[in-house]
Design a protein around this ligand. Structure first.
Ligand code: HEM
Length: 175
């Protein structure tokens, strides 16, 4: 088998886009804006909607990934790099799920579902008193590092192994 299932391919690229958007929005549009800013609630509403969508799509993708056939493991020629590549893939699932779980943890502890849907209650002064907030910040850094390593792994395959690895994550004949 030469490629992943087309649903997995589509979800891979959609999730890549949504996760990068959530990381940028979280760092630039949320973290840097004080909770007293009038636009903060709308920013939180969008970020939470995006984050929950990512969580649902990630679980669907994980289910499909376990149920559908896939190409054999890529071989770099180095046992260590092969193990690192495979671990990075499972690490990406784990970190994204931790982002969504910790995000939900902040939202539920701070009463955000009511606030962003118009309860009229005010936001807490900031979120730092809620333990899931620290997890969300730390895991976001780990996720950015792992995404960078994932892209570096692709570049290594493209430049040194020259095995057209990316074609496995694109549409076309599977056999
Ligand atoms: C993969 C999904 C997600 C990503 C990539 C993501 C990314 C981020 C990032 C990068 C930050 C800023 C962290 C920092 O600089 O310390 C942030 C903050 C935050 N996120 Fe998420 N997030 C995700 C899911 C969620 C979900 C599902 C929720 C809630 C339902 C949520 C709620 C929040 C809240 C409340 C903050 C704090 C904003 C502040 O401190 O002002 N996130 N997120």
């Amino acid at each position: 088998m030469k490629r992943y299932h087309p649903a997995l391919v589509g979800l891979h690229w959609l999730l890549a886009l949504l996760i990068v958007m959530a990381l940028i929005a979280g760092n630039v549009l949320l973290e840097a804006v004080p909770n007293s800013d009038p636009g903060k609630i709308a920013g939180l509403r969008n970020h939470m909607g995006l984050g929950i969508t990512i969580g649902v799509l990630m679980l669907v993708r994980l289910g499909l990934r376990l149920l559908t056939g896939k190409p054999p493991h890529a071989d770099t020629g180095s046992r260590l790099l092969n193990v690192a590549g495979r671990s990075a893939h499972w690490g990406l699932y784990l970190l994204v799920i931790l982002m969504v779980a910790s995000g939900l943890g902040i939202a539920l502890s701070a009463g955000l579902p009511g606030i962003v849907t118009g309860s009229g209650a005010a936001l807490p002064e900031d979120f730092s008193t809620y333990p899931p907030r620290a997890v969300h910040g730390l895991v976001s850094v780990l996720l950015m590092l792992l995404i960078a390593a994932h892209v570096a792994g692709w570049a290594y395959h493209a430049l040194f192994v020259k095995d057209r690895l990316l074609s496995r994550m694109w549409f076309g004949k599977r056999s």
